[in-house]
Write a protein that binds this ligand. Structure first.
Ligand code: ZN
Length: 344
């Protein structure tokens, strides 16, 4: 196959960051995605309608000339998010709220310390049709980092989905067979996203032959049997799993550090990398539904009308991207050659 035309895809999990960084991240995503669910973990976090609307304006101002890209805004749940806060957010166009267990990942220190603090809020979200997006990892120091996703499902997610059956829940960036099994067995109100890195890599790619800081993200890459389960899940074509890059830039010096930050900046190659995975799996015919249909259907949004074209042509992902502030980012898969390329 020499080229592939897809309904314009959306990215259902993305970090744009803020400030100058938007000049880099917004064009990178807008080059092929029509919409993206924008994560609210700024400092300070986006916790209400007012902050979400202001952030949305900053994103819109960073769009390239002529772009019709639309950010889909979210708010960040804290112990103090009341039903009134989510109702006001919904009225302002916010479509989802993100649950970060306190301390789970980048800028999550204001996250929720006890889910029982949020019962009334989750009930209100179910009532008004606001989705719950979950970073599904426990943070207790006694739980091994490789087991934190499964522990979250067992100790929290099963209860959330049982107690709030009408609430639509997306388990973000799943990394384990436990998660694919959970999502497939759960109700139609439970879905998941998967990143390119968790489909392409396993923990050997992080730790064998020297530590690879640019493959470090959270949830951390797991063993190859989990990677195989994720690949099998997308190959099955299930409507419960869809595209969410979790593209999450950090400056090079913050990744290549004694205490390196978590996150892979995949926006410049994400759709191409997914195409490579689907090609490897022999299911290129299932890429369009994964990238462009399952997500909007789950969120209750219209499908995009335009198309993008990918051509079967080798190219090298740049090793370095210069930022407006003079810093640099090493993009995910930087320096590597891949087979699919977005036609401009
Ligand atoms: Zn994320």
């Amino acid at each position: 196959m020499n080229s592939l035309t897809l309904r314009t895809p959306d990215d259902w999990h993305l970090h744009f960051r803020d400030g100058d960084m938007l000049q880099e991240t917004v064009p990178a995503t807008a080059r092929c995605f029509k919409r993206a669910i924008v994560m609210p973990n700024l400092t300070p976090p986006v916790v209400n309608a007012e902050l979400a609307t202001a952030y949305e304006q900053r994103i819109l101002s960073a769009r390239p000339e002529g772009s019709d890209f639309s950010p889909l805004m979210t708010i960040y749940l804290t112990d103090n998010t009341t039903p009134e806060v989510v109702r006001a957010a919904k009225e302002a166009g916010v479509i989802a709220a993100k649950l970060y267990p306190a301390g789970a990942t980048t800028n999550s220190d204001s996250g929720v310390t006890a889910l029982s603090n949020l019962d009334a809020t989750l009930e209100a979200m179910a009532d008004i049709g606001m989705l719950l997006l979950v970073h599904g990892e426990v943070t207790s120091p006694d739980i091994d980092i490789f087991d934190r996703e499964k522990a979250f499902i067992d100790s929290h997610l099963k209860a959330i989905t049982t107690n709030f059956p009408k609430l639509k829940v997306v388990l973000e960036h799943i990394t384990t067979k436990d998660s694919t099994d959970f999502v497939m067995a759960a109700s139609e109100n439970v879905a998941a996203t998967i990143t390119p890195q968790h489909l392409l890599l396993n923990r050997n790619d992080l730790l064998v032959g020297g530590i690879k800081p640019h493959n470090y993200c959270l949830p951390v890459l797991k063993r190859n049997t989990h990677q195989a389960a994720l690949r099998a899940a997308v190959a099955s074509g299930t409507h419960k799993i869809f595209l969410g890059t979790d593209s999450a830039p950090h400056e090079k010096h913050k990744k290549e550090s004694a205490c390196g930050c978590a996150g892979c900046y995949s926006a410049w190659s994400a759709i191409e990398l997914y195409a490579q995975v689907f090609e490897d799996l022999g299911v290129l015919d299932k890429l369009e539904a994964f990238a462009s249909e399952h997500g909007p259907k789950f969120y209750g949004l219209p499908l995009n009308e335009g198309t993008i074209e990918l051509v079967n042509e080798s190219w090298q992902i740049p090793e370095n991207i210069a930022l407006p502030n003079g810093d640099n980012i090493v993009p995910f898969f930087g320096g590597q050659t891949i087979n699919w390329k977005l036609k401009p």
